[in-house]
Design a protein around this ligand. Structure first.
Ligand code: IMP
Length: 200
């Protein structure tokens, strides 16, 4: 089966990728399979730039087609923070959640969205990026222990449970990552003749 390297060592993300791509003829390999791969610095100013930087670095290092996602939480009342800084907003998931809840305080505007941008890189070039978003609200306190990151405080529109409470199966149907992947899969299927050589 053709392999594609995912530019991440995050096991939670890898599990979601494998689930989202389970019907595709492709085996997802994480960067942790490449023990000596240098850390990739996210120096971009947008999700698109960071996803592209990561996908390109993985493609060049591993010499097989690569993809990367750059993702994060944008909270309206915080001017879009933490945004591309989501992974670095504090030192641990619980500290990051506490910071958001603290900064929001009693603010009645709890609107937020998760954003995910996937970049695909083949033969030393980023061929395309795909953006997926899911809107929701920030709860008053963390709920549930499913998923990862900010999941326990994010309740997607149309649901009364957070991503921390919802089953992975539901999250993986409606999430920002699922939506970005849907677009990426459609693109790859449409352009398959171009990619066949690289994927064979
Ligand atoms: P990245 O590895 O730079 O893309 O970091 C994204 C960060 O955004 C993660 O470390 C999480 O804190 C947060 N994040 C992204 N996607 C999700 C998600 O699906 N659930 C919860 N937090 C997420």
């Amino acid at each position: 089966m053709a392999q594609i390297v995912a530019a991440t060592c995050n096991e939670h993300k890898l599990n979601e990728y494998r689930d989202l791509l389970k019907d595709q003829k492709v085996e997802v390999v994480g960067l942790n399979a490449y023990k000596k791969c240098p850390e990739i610095e996210e120096t971009g100013a947008t999700f698109e730039e960071n996803a592209s930087i990561k996908a390109l670095a993985a493609n060049k290092y591993c010499d097989i087609p690569a993809f990367a996602d750059d993702s994060g939480l944008e909270v309206e009342a915080l001017g879009g923070a933490p945004g591309i800084q989501s992974a670095r907003y504090a030192d641990s998931d619980s500290a990051r959640i506490a910071r958001i809840l603290n900064e929001l305080g009693d603010n009645p505007n709890r609107q937020a969205k998760f954003v995910c941008v996937i970049a695909i890189a083949i033969n030393g070039e980023v061929i395309e990026t795909f953006r997926g978003e899911v809107s929701g609200v920030i709860t008053k306190e963390p709920r549930g222990s499913n998923g990862f990151g900010y999941d326990p405080i994010f309740m997607p529109d149309g649901y009364d449970q957070t991503f921390g409470e919802l089953d992975a199966e539901i999250k993986n149907k409606i999430s920002h990552r699922a939506r970005a992947f849907q677009k990426a899969i459609e693109f790859v299927e449409d352009e398959m003749s171009v990619l066949d050589d690289d994927f064979s």
